[in-house]
Design a protein around this ligand. Structure first.
Ligand code: SAH
Length: 275
């Protein structure tokens, strides 16, 4: 395709196809994702307006329309209507191309507010819950070091990378750890570190974290994670079996944590060990 033929706006399928070209990162949104990263949080708000363009306006194959940008913006609006108010979080949701984190056969459903299968009996989390948990974690402040348990396909980690200085994410299923690496690599997000291991143990070598987020539900918050929370830090986790709630834990002192229960939720189970 000649440069001349590369016209914008682009179709969703064109963008999805671009994902497969992982050895040619310049054909995707790479440089522009980095551009988002170089912005300060206050500037991310501005980026909110253009995030679609920021991600997709360069050298992706010829296409039909900015379908993915438009439907992603519609998704962000729905998430806002459901009560997520944090502009920085909404901007991050707008900037991350969720359809690149699901199988190409499911890309047309990527902006529905639903969890979707990513293989190995796991799911990519629903956009609303990703945004809500990120908003709770952020609590209006710039996050420094954040730990995510349950990388899955890497979508939540990508969202977190826009609201935190450093993001660490652990996945216990090797195939999903690899999938997340493949999904994130072309985006060249510099502040995400992926780990293969049992997230219930956390990352003591990197702790303390000022934010910890769990993407899988246990019957209680793993004690190791409470220990790895910085004083003043926040942990958000789904807790329960069939009936689950979001639990917010705040560390208020060296040996003191407070906890509150927020809304109902539905997550895949947290399991011990690795596979
Ligand atoms: N964060 C993902 C959601 C993935 S689903 C997103 O962006 O959509 C939850 C993930 O948690 C699954 O991939 C599952 O394998 C993982 N998981 C469950 N128990 C775990 C554990 N103890 N340590 C690390 N990952 C775990």
């Amino acid at each position: 395709m000649s440069t001349k033929e590369k016209r914008f706006p682009l179709s969703l399928s064109a963008v999805v196809d671009a994902r497969q070209i992982t050895h040619k990162p310049s054909q995707t949104a790479v440089q522009n994702v980095n551009a988002v990263h170089s912005l300060t949080p206050s500037k991310i708000k501005q980026t909110h307006q253009n995030a679609g363009n920021v991600l997709f306006t360069q050298s992706v194959p010829d296409g039909v329309g900015m379908v993915s940008d438009k439907i992603r913006k519609a998704m962000v609006m729905r998430v806002a209507q459901q009560g997520v108010k944090d502009e920085i979080v909404l901007a991050a949701l707008d900037a991350i191309p969720r359809h690149l984190f699901v199988d190409s056969g499911l890309a047309s459903q990527a902006y529905i507010d639903a969890s979707l299968p990513i293989g190995h009996h796991q799911t990519i989390s629903q956009p609303y819950i990703v945004a809500r948990m990120t908003e709770i974690l952020r609590n209006g402040r710039q996050l420094q070091k954040v730990l995510e348990i349950g990388t899955g396909c890497g979508y939540q980690a990508a969202v977190l990378s826009l609201v935190a200085k450093d993001v660490y994410s652990i996945e216990r299923i090797r195939a999903l750890h690899e999938l997340a690496k493949n999904n994130l690599r072309p985006m060249r997000i510099p502040n995400i570190r992926l780990h293969y291991g049992d997230g219930m143990l956390g990352l003591p070598q990197v702790a303390p974290f000022d934010g910890i987020i769990l993407a899988a539900a246990g019957m209680e918050v793993p004690p190791a994670l409470l220990e790895q929370l910085a004083i003043g830090g926040r942990l958000i986790a789904p807790v329960g079996g069939r009936q689950q709630v979001l639990q917010l834990v705040e560390r208020v002192g060296p040996r003191e944590w407070t906890s509150s229960v927020l809304e109902h939720c539905h997550f895949v189970p947290l399991h011990k060990g690795v596979i």
